[in-house]
Write a protein that binds this ligand. Structure first.
Ligand code: ZN
Length: 180
């Protein structure tokens, strides 16, 4: 098989799984959570899903990535996620980047950049600078417009209801396209 074909195929799969991560994010939005979704995949098999649930679980660590990693570890009955790819709609924060390193995930595809807290190059570069010298492949931003659009729509909706937003992310995405 030619490399180019393999790359094309991987690109199609990445888009497919990132869309499913967006569906997870949408579930969060329906529950009033900041919509960020995540999927863990190994060999095209989905091992774990998650969306941000900080409000409903009253837990600042209940990020989409942490919940999806936990679900995948339960499914595999193993905390080592070697060979897994993590798909997430927003660039992971330092906490999640740490969890990605600890769980030995080999590849990450992320949607939109997080210019305030992004730990895959936007503010920090935790996975490339990691002292464990683990190799983690990073692809992103990918489908950034779509991933950002979901966050922007969520904050726009909240603002229109004049609800208090208790997250810094609201300010960040408010500065993005289409929300001036
Ligand atoms: Zn996080």
């Amino acid at each position: 098989m030619h490399d180019e074909n393999t790359e094309d195929r991987q690109g199609v799969l990445d888009e497919h799984f990132l869309r499913l991560a967006l569906t997870e994010a949408g579930r969060g939005a329906e529950e009033g959570e900041v919509p960020i979704g995540c999927l863990l995949v190994k060999g095209n098999r989905i091992l774990g899903r998650g969306y941000n649930r900080m409000e409903s679980l009253r837990d600042p660590t209940a990020h989409a990535e942490i919940l999806a990693i936990g679900a995948a570890c339960q499914a595999l009955e193993n905390w080592r996620l070697d060979g897994c790819t993590l798909y997430v709609t927003l660039e992971p924060c330092p906490m999640c980047a740490g969890a990605i390193l600890n769980s030995r995930i080999g590849r990450i595809v992320f949607g939109a950049r997080d210019k305030r807290l992004g730990a895959l190059g936007s503010t920090y570069d935790i996975l490339r600078d990691n002292p464990l010298h683990r190799e983690v492949q990073i692809k992103g931003p990918a489908m950034e417009e779509e991933c950002l659009a979901m966050l922007q729509a969520f904050f726009r909706e909240i603002r229109s209801r004049k609800k208090a937003v208790s997250t810094d992310l609201a300010e960040d995405v408010a500065g993005g396209p289409g929300l001036k």
